[in-house]
Ligand binder design. Structure first.
Ligand code: FAD
Length: 429
């Protein structure tokens, strides 16, 4: 182990920690940061990277522009460097494709190549005690996935940004035919290579991902039968109307953090369509039209199962078998198909297994939820000096922007500002 001490060690190098790298660089202070990511190279939600799918936020909500419009790391500078600024402007849109935004993120990531190690999993974090028994530093254990080799680095602050964990409902047995939507673009072309075959697919879920998967399947498998299972009556539009969208204004985490737990929970419940549960407004008529056109030619390829819960799913004899229950009548049924795609969301489970080695030092607000400070770090005893910052985990206390892109530049700057820094002792790893 080198005795070099990083000011910031990042777990993951998705958009959240890309924003940290930029904030550290632009902070005007010497901040030594280093980031590990288990992916072999930068890729943003590659399992859902469908051609033509658009961003749900304005390109101005890139990694920096809202906080520092003069930054070198803006989407506009990326366009200029790529030679596409005039043509992008002529597109007259605020909403680039996800493919292009992924390329923008990759362009930013490449500029921090000297502070990044890909193909490397952060597997454990341990306290380093000082002479008085207090904890001064963190020892972070990383494993190179290609070789299995492990090493440790020292850090004063850890910024944990591993993204959401794909959520599968109970009684779902994951397999090659039953999988989370986050794997769709990776599995489908490989496992269902014949685009003309009369496959039958089931999608569970009514949010944006379900809508994206539906359109992808409809285009890639024009002869397939597609059953979509939704708990409610209808697919509903996201609410990004002007007043509601102010939930994502930069001052909102401050306001949200000051409210009572039950009041915050009420806001999250009432405005779910602003963040998680809604589908882009333009996609709803497009999906409806697909259903209509199917009805014109006979009408048995597309089926929306309303008020229906997927109660189980498993692979059996080279087929997938799905259990369904109607929420109105209570009737149950089972359905056989080629694959079940679960667009059932992501979770940010706490306590975080990676932080097990620090368990005795981290304070919980309630079982299963860390006590988080306004500056996104977990409360600890005074004798524990390092700071553990979380990104994505603070929706209950900081509001909807936690899991979305809108306020990443601001959150990153607050974290860098709150991080302990010190003078490095020797050369880096
Ligand atoms: C398809 C899709 C589209 C979206 N579009 C939008 C949008 O338009 N607007 C919006 O506001 N939000 C959007 N979101 C929300 C999304 O959460 C954010 O876009 C964003 O990806 C969150 O960034 P992140 O860096 O926190 O997590 P991620 O992007 O998930 O990145 C986390 C990274 O951490 C790495 N990692 C995890 N654990 C470890 C470990 N132990 N060691 C090393 N590396 C690790 C992973 O490999 C990954 O690269 C979208 C989400 C999805 C799924």
């Amino acid at each position: 182990m080198s005795d070099f001490v990083y000011d910031i060690v990042g777990v993951g190098f998705g958009p959240s920690n890309l924003a940290i790298a930029i904030a550290a660089e632009e902070s005007g202070r010497p901040v030594e940061s280093f980031f590990f990511d288990r992916k072999p190279e930068f890729a943003w939600h590659e399992g859902l990277m469908f051609a033509g799918a658009e961003m749900q936020v304005s390109f101005l909500k890139d990694l920096i522009t809202m906080r520092n419009p003069r930054s070198d790391y803006s989407f506009l500078n990326y366009l200029a460097q790529a030679g596409r600024l005039p043509t992008f402007v002529n597109l007259r849109t605020f909403y680039p494709t996800r493919v292009e935004f992924n390329d923008y993120y990759r362009w930013v990531a490449a500029q921090f190549a000297d502070r990044t190690q890909w193909g490397t999993d952060v597997v454990a974090v341990r306290p380093v005690k000082d002479a008085t028994g207090g904890v001064e530093l963190l020892e972070i254990v990383v494993r190179e996935l290609a070789t299995g080799a492990e090493r440790t680095v020292l850090g004063r602050n850890l910024v944990v940004a591993p993204g959401g964990t794909p959520h599968l409902p109970a009684r779902v047995e994951r397999s090659d035919r039953v999988f989370h939507a986050s794997e769709t673009a990776l599995r489908m072309p490989r496992d269902f290579a014949d685009g003309e075959a009369p496959h039958r697919f089931v999608i569970a879920g009514a949010g944006q991902t379900a809508a994206d998967v539906f359109m992808y399947l409809r285009r890639a498998y024009p002869n397939a039968r597609i059953d979509q299972v939704i708990r409610g009556f209808a697919i509903r539009p996201e609410d990004d109307t002007h007043f509601v969208n102010e939930l994502f204004a930069p001052h909102m985490p401050d306001w949200f953090y000051r409210q009572r737990d039950d009041f915050r929970a009420g806001v999250l419940d009432t405005y779910g369509l602003a963040a998680h549960t809604g589908v882009s407004y333009d996609m709803i008529p497009a999906i409806y039209r697909e259903h209509y056109e199917d009805s014109v030619v006979g009408g048995d390829a597309l089926r929306l199962h309303r008020f229906t819960e997927l109660t189980s799913a498993r692979e059996e004899n080279d087929r997938a078998v799905v259990g369904l229950r109607r929420l109105d009548s209570g009737k149950t049924a089972s359905l056989e198909c080629d694959a079940v795609i679960l667009a059932t969301g992501y979770r940010y489970p706490m306590p975080i297994p990676l932080l097990d080695g620090l368990r005795d030092h981290l304070i919980l607000a309630e079982p299963g939820r860390y006590a988080l400070r306004r500056s996104y770090d977990i409360e600890t005893a005074e004798s524990f000096q390092p700071k553990i910052f979380l990104q994505g985990y603070a929706e209950a206390t900081h509001g909807f922007s936690e899991v979305l892109l809108s306020l990443m530049p601001f959150r990153a700057a607050e974290i860098v500002e709150a991080a302990e820094t010190g003078v490095p002792v020797t050369a880096g790893v």
